[in-house]
Write a protein that binds this ligand. Structure first.
Ligand code: LLP
Length: 438
């Protein structure tokens, strides 16, 4: 997929660059991003809205993968940016991201985070709860600033996905509840708040969703709500944000639709509703993460030890694992992989790919067809671009990998490999209070 191909050495090549050369130069594990593919994914969303003649903002959900270089790229392709913490916002500011295109999410934003948003005059705060509503208005008063806000609501939709990444159902920690009237109450407060400019409403129903039904149901609920708010309170929304969650293909079992289909189907419903009920067509915002960067990322590992248990299983260990990709351990997520240095060899073995952490659950892939592999081979795991590096951690004091962007035959390092010195950077030596001397 993307710009990936096999070169005449039988090596996996991405963006016109030999991944084995990259592995030699930058070490492994190594995250490689196919920038042309990211650009294509971004353009697909933007073009679809343009073709439909709908005013829109496509915001990149930066939780999927964030870094200064990534944010610079997002800025260049003209996407907006969804951040969910002071840290993501800080990174965006360092990347000189246009503040008016930053949207701030989160179910427990701190006073400091809200203050940071206000001081930097960001484009929109997606308000999640009553505490935030009053805190934000107060901070805005103090700084004499009018903050554009959306209200996040939980539409009560059970999208078909893993429990941990489901967010739009009624029993959720996110947003104002629609059913109980909470959302209506929040709207009245926001609408009359001195320093909040209520733009509209937001929902996000979950992640890695393949069907359009959930999105359409959610959009339906939002527009019903807006119709009610117009009738009862005279409030008309200028913006409706439908969140992210569009699924991608990790393995053959996954059957996502093209981005354009999700958008077209949702917008068709929205247009019909708006016309039927004489509402103004609001600007539509979406915030995909995975469907923008997921398949642009590939991880290259070095193959190390193996353990062959006769008639049971062949284990093949790589030099990373749950520290650079926790998704298999956390969500039983499935991936496909090849030997990056011998892509054309016949897959005559079946191996389970183990990580190097001291934990049995540290497995990346179960029962993967692969050529007989050895120490010094390289494994390429596909579609690791979203929630891979972003969720990387230092369990077992394993250092985080490096990240390179490849495009048009050139590679550039965008995140350096973590060093042992980095690992102890925040450590403060112990001052012993013991009276016992040896
Ligand atoms: N907007 C909101 C409010 C969200 O909570 C999320 C994801 C997104 C947008 C982007 O969703 P996407 O288009 O990437 O599906 N760590 C999990 C996924 C967690 C998603 C959390 N929210 C995983 O690795 O599958």
């Amino acid at each position: 997929h993307g710009t990936s191909k096999v070169n005449n050495k039988g090596h996996l090549e991405i963006g016109g660059v030999d991944t084995i050369e990259l592995a030699n130069q930058y070490g492994t594990p190594l995250y490689i991003y196919d920038i042309a593919l990211f650009r294509e994914r971004a353009r697909d969303f933007q073009k679809t809205f343009q073709n439909l003649g709908v005013q829109a903002q496509v915001a990149y959900a930066s939780k999927a993968f964030s870094s200064v270089a990534m944010f610079q790229l997002v800025k260049e392709v003209g996407l907006s940016l969804d951040v969910v913490s002071g840290g993501e916002l800080y990174t965006a500011l360092v990347a000189d991201f246009p503040v008016e295109r930053i949207h701030f999410h989160g179910n427990n934003k701190s006073e400091e985070e809200l203050e940071m948003a206000v001081k930097n005059k960001i484009g929109c705060v997606v308000v999640d709860n009553f505490l935030e509503l009053s805190m934000l208005n107060e901070i805005c008063e103090k700084h004499d600033y009018m903050m554009p806000v959306l209200l996040r609501v939980t539409p009560g939709i059970n999208a078909h996905t893993h429990d941990y990444i489901l967010t739009g159902q009624e029993d959720s920690k996110f947003g104002f509840d629609l059913q109980s009237g909470q959302a209506h109450e929040a709207m009245k407060i926001a609408f009359s708040a001195s320093n909040l400019d209520l733009l509209g409403i937001h929902c996000h129903i979950g992640s890695q969703i393949f069907e359009t039904t959930g999105f359409k149901l959610a959009a339906g609920k939002l527009f019903e709500t807006l119709k009610d708010w117009k009738e009862t309170e005279g409030f008309e929304a200028r913006v409706v944000n439908l969140g992210g969650g569009f699924g991608i293909r990790y393995t053959k079992e996954d059957t996502p639709l093209p981005a354009s289909v999700y958008v077209e189907e949702i917008i068709a419903d929205v247009k019909a509703f708006v016309t039927d009920h004489a509402l103004n067509m609001p600007e539509i915002w979406i915030e995909p993460g995975r469907s923008l960067v997921g398949d642009a990322g590939t991880t290259i590992y070095s193959v190390g030890s193996k353990k062959e248990i006769p008639n049971i299983r062949h284990y093949l260990a790589v030099d990373g694992g749950m520290t650079d990709n926790i998704r298999p351990a956390l969500y039983q997520a499935k991936y496909e992989a090849v030997l990056a240095n011998r892509v054309n060899d016949v897959a005559d073995d079946k191996v389970s790919i183990a990580g190097k952490c001291c934990e049995s659950g540290d497995m990346l892939i179960w029962d993967l067809p692969l050529p007989k592999a050895n120490h010094k081979d390289y494994l390429a795991v596909f579609c690791t671009g979203a929630y891979g590096y972003a969720m990387a951690n230092n369990y077992n004091r394993i250092t985080r990998p490096a990240v390179v962007f490849v495009e048009d035959g050139e590679a550039q390092l965008v995140i350096r490999r973590e060093s042992f010195e980095d690992l102890v950077r925040l450590d403060v030596p112990y001052q012993s209070k013991s009276k016992v001397t040896k």
